[in-house]
Design a protein around this ligand. Structure first.
Ligand code: HEM
Length: 409
């Protein structure tokens, strides 16, 4: 794609599908760039992104304050009901609240807990792949990619599997509040209804676990204590909503983006069929090559010079993970998929105090799913020209909206 003007405009579908050419130019010509269409700074170089994400004194994660400030009058009442829970999403908080919430969550989201989910991930992968509809071409998104991570995270929280579609709809509606959805006239009311429905479900679950605790994640979260204090019910609901949201679409994008990369790189597919032990290293490359999270947003706290530019308090900054992961200063041949690349210091899970708490689970899911797919099929093909597929219109998540594949046995 020719790049005529040095600007990053995510509302252009061609840019959303393939932002790499514009990111490469920005890294070379203007690595800390003011984007008019985004009314914010775009940071594209690996080292600058590490500096920004590790400096929470200068760059605040409290993005909700900005959202609230710009709400239309009619949205204020529904917003208050949603913010009641979003306020305890640690991903939107700075210290000391972030530190406190993260200590509670780290006690229940950790490698030993995630390892207990391994058998369920394998069983669900097999079940969902066995149930794929017959046909020459299958869109894996509704039949597999979105279902598997949703079911796994629901199992982690102790919600029945058959409520997945309902819960997913509420979660999507809630995201209308945070995301950049345009042209959805009743988006605040829908977001409010989604939040209230989900809160009702989680409050019921919390009450049941309080009455009859087990060794599950929620029972442990309820009794976890930091500085002599337990989480209250609204905080517990907020934490569960965040896990559901954070562990769901991201992992679906990891699956979809990896499958697209494999469809475009049949040699890598064959290599992994012949070397199943290479999957752990390969998943890191899929995470680097087309990261499930496009950017991390922060708010400038104080007047500061950053990358030769003057930042003012209140300005928005987008740290482009996708670009960091293709930085030629850090990765040899960054635009080449190399499933044996090791070491691979990609930043798909972020950096600094907010580094993803679900990393081990995402890795387990990616490794199990892709291993099973390369074991079952001799190759996979994208059944439509890539230009005909729309990419998710978001500054946060990155992936195709559908993934029509030909799975060849
Ligand atoms: C491939 C899948 C995933 C990717 C690419 C991903 C990526 C990220 C990134 C980039 C952040 C940092 C956000 C920031 O700095 O503002 C983050 C935070 C977080 N992620 Fe993930 N994530 C994935 C899966 C998961 C899963 C499966 C879970 C839970 C089961 C999870 C839970 C969290 C939580 C709780 C945080 C907040 C950490 C904090 O604010 O301190 N993530 N994730």
């Amino acid at each position: 794609m020719p790049v005529d003007e040095l600007t990053f405009d995510p509302s252009d579908p061609a840019v959303t599908r393939n932002p790499h050419p514009i990111f490469a130019r920005l890294r070379a010509e203007d690595p800390v760039h003011w984007s008019e269409p985004m009314s914010g700074w775009i940071v594209t170089g690996y080292d600058d992104i590490v500096d920004g994400l590790t400096d929470s004194d200068v760059f605040s994660a409290e993005r909700l304050t900005n959202v609230s400030k710009h709400l239309p009058e009619a949205a204020r009442a529904p917003a208050a009901e949603i913010l009641r829970y979003l306020n305890s999403w640690m991903v939107f908080r700075d210290p000391p609240d972030h530190t406190r919430l993260r200590r509670h969550m780290a006690a229940v989201l950790n490698l030993p807990v995630f390892e207990t989910l391994r058998p369920a991930v394998s069983e669900l992968t097999t079940m969902l792949l066995d149930q794929l509809p017959d046909g020459d071409v299958i869109d894996l998104m509704p039949h597999f990619s979105i279902l598997l991570p949703g079911m796994v995270v629901m199992q982690l929280m102790g919600v029945e599997r058959d409520r997945l579609l309902e819960v997913k709809r509420w979660s999507d509606d809630m995201m209308l509040f945070i995301g950049s959805a345009r042209g959805v006239p009743d988006k605040y009311e829908r977001a409010r209804r989604g939040a209230v429905s989900m809160a009702t479900l989680f409050k019921d679950l919390i009450a049941r676990r309080r009455a009859d605790p087990g060794d599950d994640m929620l029972s442990q979260l309820i009794v976890s204590e930091v500085e002599g204090r337990q989480l209250d019910d609204d905080e517990l609901v907020g934490c569960l909503m965040m896990v559901l949201n954070g562990g769901h679409e991201t992992t679906a994008n990891l699956i979809n983006n990896s499958l697209l990369a494999l469809a475009h790189n049949p040699d890598a597919f064959t290599y992994l069929r012949d070397h199943p032990e290479g999957m752990q290293v390969a998943v890191e490359e899929f995470l680097r090559f087309d990261s499930p999270i496009l950017s991390i947003g922060r708010i400038v706290r104080e007047d500061i010079e950053f990358g030769g530019k003057q930042f003012a308090p209140g300005e928005r900054v987008f740290f482009m993970l996708l670009s960091a992961n293709r930085d030629e200063e850090v990765f040899d041949n960054p635009h080449r998929l190399d499933v044996t690349r090791d070491p691979n210091p990609h930043m798909a899970f972020g950096k600094g105090p907010h580094f993803c708490l679900g990393t081990p689970l995402a890795r387990i899911e990616g490794q199990i799913v892709l291993s099973e797919i390369v074991r079952r099929y001799s190759r996979i093909e994208l059944a439509e020209p890539v230009e005909d597929i729309a990419w998710i219109n978001s500054l946060v998540t990155r992936g195709p909206t559908r993934i029509p594949l030909r799975l060849v046995k």
